[in-house]
Design a protein around this ligand. Structure first.
Ligand SMILES: Nc1ncnc2c1ncn2[C@@H]1O[C@H](COP(=O)(O)OP(=O)(O)O)[C@@H](O)[C@H]1O
Ligand SMILES: [Mg+2]
Length: 330
């Protein structure tokens, strides 16, 4: 539906979203920002994030909006709701459907209330997801850093993370960018974690490879992207993997893949999706390792070969937290 001549069309998933959707529609048309706070703007990736607090109903909950500009290549994919190498994967249409699936099938999604699109020449050029606002939630990495000395809290965080991976496994969902900045932590530490930024997801991946990907991406980042992690960390990661998917047919391959993912960045131009495309028995681990090594030498942020004492101490703490978490009975 259209609320005005702003050029934006809206799909309301829940009725109450009419008010915040109208508020942001009004802002897009007039520039009047009452009720709208621009939280962040990522120029390079053409994304904007807003908090919306509709002024007509002061007690209304706040909403979160993620606005993205689509590069030409992705517009057709966004229009048709298709994802493939030609038309791209991570447009707002895909993110919307992944968000809805995650929220329906697990306790770890974020509710999406409305979706907006701005068309030009019959194609969507901008899209907006309107979601529940996670009030006072923080990204996992921020909470982790804040509580370096709080072993109990860190153990709780890792237990919560493990629970989330169990849910993703059971739902058959593979989040392709599950780094600690895309996992949100509630101020109530007992609340389930939420996975955000769901543009890249696969619903048909092998469970063991998918679990290795979740753990590898997450632990590589949590370990400060260190390219020479200690073998204890790799062992800890593999024990977590065993706890998740030890009984799966693909476990043996996943167990060999995981240390590579803990060690190396798997950001673009590496394709995580490639790991999921064929069954575990088809994965050529030697070729994957070679490719990861080569890419890591060319990354602009290539870390120093020497690992600082601080980084090693932080790694030891991470290992200790994993050990503690694994031996906790709940
Ligand atoms: N529903 C939400 N409520 C509040 N803050 C959010 C919400 N979703 C995301 N954020 C914040 O916005 C940031 C960016 O969101 P994200 O979807 O990860 O965007 P990007 O694709 O740019 O990484 C997150 O790190 C988080 O701090
Ligand atoms: Mg993100």
């Amino acid at each position: 539906m259209a609320f005005s001549d702003s050029g934006w069309r809206w799909w309301l998933i829940e009725g109450h979203a009419g008010l915040p959707a109208r508020t942001i529609d009004h802002y897009f048309r007039t520039g009047d920002s009452s009720g709208i706070t621009l939280l962040r703007e990522k120029a390079a990736k053409s994304r904007r994030f807003y908090r919306i607090a509709p002024t007509t109903l002061p007690d209304s909950p706040h909403y979160f909006a993620k606005q993205m500009t689509l590069p030409p290549r992705k517009r057709l994919g966004a229009l048709l709701g298709r994802s493939n190498p030609l038309v791209g994967y991570s447009h707002g249409t895909a993110e919307l459907s992944h968000n809805l699936a995650l929220n329906e099938q697990t306790a770890h999604g974020v509710r999406t209330f409305a979706f907006g699109e701005y068309f030009r020449g019959g194609l969507p050029v901008q899209q907006v997801l309107l979601q529940e606002y996670l009030v006072d939630w923080q990204p996992f990495n921020a909470v982790w850093k804040l509580h370096e000395d709080n072993a109990t809290l860190r153990r709780t965080l890792l237990l919560q993370f493990f629970d989330m991976l169990v849910s993703l496994r059971d739902a058959g969902i593979s989040h392709l960018d599950l780094h600690p900045g895309n996992v949100m932590v509630s101020p109530d530490l007992q609340a389930p974690l939420r996975a955000i930024d769901c543009g890249q997801m696969s619903m048909e991946a092998d469970p063991a490879i998918s679990a290795a990907l979740h753990l590898g991406v997450f632990l590589h980042e949590l370990n400060g992207k260190c390219t020479s992690p200690s073998s204890q960390l790799e062992d800890g990661a593999c024990r977590l993997l065993y706890g998740l998917v030890g009984a799966e047919a693909g476990f043996a391959t996943a167990e060999r893949l995981l240390p590579l993912l803990v060690r190396h960045s798997t950001k673009k131009p590496f394709s995580r999706r490639c790991l999921l495309r064929h069954g575990p028995d088809k994965l050529k681990l030697d070729a994957i390792e070679k490719r990861l090594l080569k890419l890591s030498q060319h990354r602009p942020s290539a870390p120093a070969a020497h690992v600082s004492g601080t980084a090693r101490r932080q790694e030891q703490r991470l290992i200790a937290s994993i050990d503690e978490m694994m031996t906790t009975t709940r």
